[in-house]
Ligand binder design. Structure first.
Ligand SMILES: NC(=O)c1ccc[n+]([C@@H]2O[C@H](COP(=O)([O-])OP(=O)(O)OC[C@H]3O[C@@H](n4cnc5c(N)ncnc54)[C@H](O)[C@@H]3O)[C@@H](O)[C@H]2O)c1
Length: 434
């Protein structure tokens, strides 16, 4: 083992979340409750997982914070931006994810989290119409967001800040080489107030990186998945991660597809459908917003069961993903997967998976892990796309201009995660993926 050069997690860590809806309030409430010893952060890798380090007689299984310096839950200070003015307590009650008995013990702390005005454009989420918004050109929005970050840091005497997007999915912004490839072009478009190519989310990401805060994209928006933002992350030496929390159906898919692939069974079709009744479901009911999600959800399978690699097994399989807005279920999503496989001599078989999950309950621990690990990465001097965080994401970022292929296979992603933690702890990465 060599000495680690990671800076210690000293002082307070500010966590600024874009969007104070179901996911964010479930995340914040859970952390505040866990700090009081009133709940357990179940599902969080940084709080529970143990990784093997060393070999032979030196072999040990350690928790992440025993390997590398991860910020303590007690050192986190929260802030959020939202289009609606409801504070975190009111928003948690409205979201109806958690029972009041699980919110009330931290009511005062939640009430104190009043959303900052949002950088918002109605054309990017037509089903939302709140008035807690900033005004100005895209560039002016960036400047106001930068001021928000600086003020939050100063007012709370924070050492570091991480910005996490857990706001609604914006309409799909196709990557345009003339605007999104070079940082200078992106900045020029912001200054020219180019509303078509500059999504509000890009203003948050730009502001965060320039203010020295890692940025994580939890929705499928293409925000930081463009070469201009990679350039900015290199320039500011800040980590970026995205996109789209890998929670329910895609988690199952990325864990289940390897069963088919490793046993060399064939696939003729995979149909995934969901019913969901929360505000996220409402926004995704708008076809332009769903398109962003669809692109993200479809990519998972194609990189695990690759037609070019196994033409007999995976050519022309039919892959469909649907999300249907169905209010009675609220945050309790139900997902169905019908998988048509074939075996020896081409004989067909079917697998059905019915996952009755809770969206925000699955997303909250991912928020915590993504925030803590991005902060760790920044202190370790890692910047640009954080491939090791792919484990938590549905549509992991990769440099498509260099034909890089994303890693979607859950167990390969886990190896990448473990190796990054080992390396940041000064240990050797020792399970290379092939
Ligand atoms: N829960 C999951 O399993 C899961 C998985 C993957 C991705 N996501 C994504 O996480 C995001 C949040 O999900 P949710 O269920 O909390 O949704 P939600 O609708 O409850 O909350 C989103 C909040 O974002 C706010 N918002 C929208 N645009 C904004 C902007 N420009 N600035 C500031 N605030 C803005 C909305 O007003 C809303 O309060 C969605 O994009 C969703 O697709 C969730």
């Amino acid at each position: 083992m060599s000495e680690t050069t990671v800076k210690p997690a000293q002082g307070k860590l500010g966590v600024m979340v874009v969007g104070l809806g179901a996911v964010t309030t479930t995340f914040i409430t859970g952390v505040l409750m866990a700090r009081k010893g009133l709940t357990k952060p179940v599902g969080s890798m940084t709080q529970y997982d143990r990784i093997r380090v060393g070999e032979g007689a030196d072999k040990k299984y350690l928790k992440y914070n025993e390997i590398a310096p991860i910020a303590d839950l007690n050192d986190i200070v929260f802030a959020a931006w939202d289009v609606y003015p409801a504070n975190a307590y009111e928003s948690a009650i409205n979201a109806e994810v958690l029972k009041e008995k699980d919110i009330n013990p931290v009511r005062e702390e939640l009430e104190a989290i009043k959303p900052l005005t949002a950088a918002f454009d109605h054309n990017y989420a037509k089903r939302l119409d709140g008035d807690n918004v900033k005004t100005g050109t895209r560039w002016e929005l960036v400047e106001q967001l930068r001021e928000d970050i600086r003020k939050f840091k100063a007012d709370n005497n924070l050492d570091r800040v991480v910005v996490l997007w857990a706001a609604s999915t914006e309409v799909y912004v196709p990557v345009d080489e003339n605007v999104h490839y070079k940082l200078s072009d992106l900045e020029a478009a912001m200054k020219a107030d180019d509303k078509e190519h500059i999504a509000p989310s890009m203003c948050y990401a730009y502001a965060a990186l320039v203010e020295g805060a890692p940025f994580i994209m939890g929705a499928p928006n293409t925000t930081v998945d463009i070469p201009a933002m990679w350039e900015l992350a290199e320039k500011t030496k800040m980590p970026i991660a995205g996109k789209d929390f890998k929670t329910g159906q895609t988690l199952v898919k990325s864990g289940f597809a390897p069963i088919i692939g490793t046993r060399c069974l064939g696939l003729s079709g995979w149909f995934s459908t969901n019913i969901l009744g929360n505000r996220d479901g409402l926004v995704l009911d708008e076809p332009a917003n769903f398109r962003t999600k669809e692109v993200s959800k479809l990519s998972t399978l194609e990189s695990i069961l690759v037609p070019e690699e196994q033409p007999d097994l995976y050519t022309n399989y039919y892959h469909k993903v649907r999300i249907n807005y169905y209010p009675p279920r609220n945050d309790n999503k139900e997902g169905w997967d019908n998988i048509d496989i074939f075996g020896w001599m081409g004989y067909p078989m079917q697998i059905k998976i019915n996952f009755l999950c809770r969206d925000s309950i699955l997303a909250a621990p991912l928020c915590l892990d993504l925030v803590l690990l991005s902060d760790l990465a920044a202190r370790a001097g890692r910047y640009g796309i954080q491939y090791f965080l792919s484990f938590f994401l549905k549509s992991p970022m990769h440099d498509y201009t260099k034909d890089e292929v994303p890693v979607n296979h859950l167990f390969q992603q886990y190896v990448m995660l473990k190796n990054a933690i080992r390396e940041m702890g000064g240990y050797k990465a020792d399970e290379l993926i092939d």
